[in-house]
Design a protein around this ligand. Sequence first.
Ligand SMILES: [Zn+2]
Length: 400
Amino acid sequence: MGGTCLLIRNIRPWGAQVTDLRVSDGRIAEVSPNQTPSPDWKTHDGAGAILLPGLVEAHTHLDKTLWGMGWRPHQAGPELKDKIDTERRLRREWDIEPHRQSMRQALLSIAQGTTAIRSHVDMDTDCGMEGFEGVARTRDLLTDQIDIEIVAFPQSGLLNRPGTLELMDQALREGADVVGGLDPCSMDRDPKGHLDAVFALAERHGKPIDIHLHEPAELGAFSIELIVERTLAHAMQGKVTISHAFCLGMSDRDRARGLTADVARAQIHLATVASAHRPVPDAGEVRDAGVTLCAGSDGIRDAWGPYGNGDMLERAMLLGLRNNFRTDDDLEHALRCCTYNGAAVMGLEGYGLAPGDTANLVLVDAESVAHAIVAHPPRQLVLKGGKIVARDGASLRAAP
Ligand SMILES: [Zn+2]
């Protein structure tokens, strides 16, 4: 095994004592201080950097970013429907080509230490399978640099656009990983029909579910109740994620806590962006209720908004800001949402910093984990499956 070894010296796993870490055959072989390298091992001196497991972008939209297309002033109106309609128009006018754009965003993420992405990908009767095919090509091209999971996502509605369900079914047959859904009440105005269709697809293909739920307050609460019912009835505990779940940030905290308890009972996961302009689930409260909360950037520089850069350390900071986290312990919880929790939601095997785990690793120059989150400096080194994929904030592969 000697020839394939990489010894990373002088690093602090999750901010602990200085040690060395040896990678062999894509996995962490040994973590112990003062290892003596064989002459044929490659070595890297971490100079005391913090070592983290690869960051996990658990909610984004690779097919629609405008990254690398120059600055495009925001055009969409304030409502959800305005954004969806504007995006469908601009997709053609601006040639937002899903393969090129997903390559750009994936490489941006790799440069910043992300080693796994769950991407929702639009399918509708206008763009058909274009988005899926483009992102699937990116996934296959970058397979040894990042893990990409594709959610078949009915962005323009499911039942209100006949033909969409068939497209999702086709995408799932052809390698989509997760069944998406969207605002069962406000989008399709048929919550039972929408959710029954989503759960039926999941059952037919044996795939997990991830539903965008923007619905506010009591409307969203009603949708959550329906999702909980179906999760239990289909025995899909641990396989359903609700993204955003803005309604859990409702002002009636007793109602929100009751719903959170139901979500925990059904082992439903939550994904958050820590949105600054909407109520969001309370990260401490859902943790204490036993719910796995993961995090993502959502859309990065797209027709929905001009923000985002794919940096999941910065996302941990935003999660901290949104939840009024100030202590190191709380900040570390924010980073767990962007690492271990995301890995759990995506079902990534061998994730972590222990011997035997896959060597998906990131080095950051910082004094502590909390400092790394707040300062989020350029990543010193990023490894995927034991191979170096980025160095000093830059991906080794050039973007198209
Ligand atoms: Zn989204």
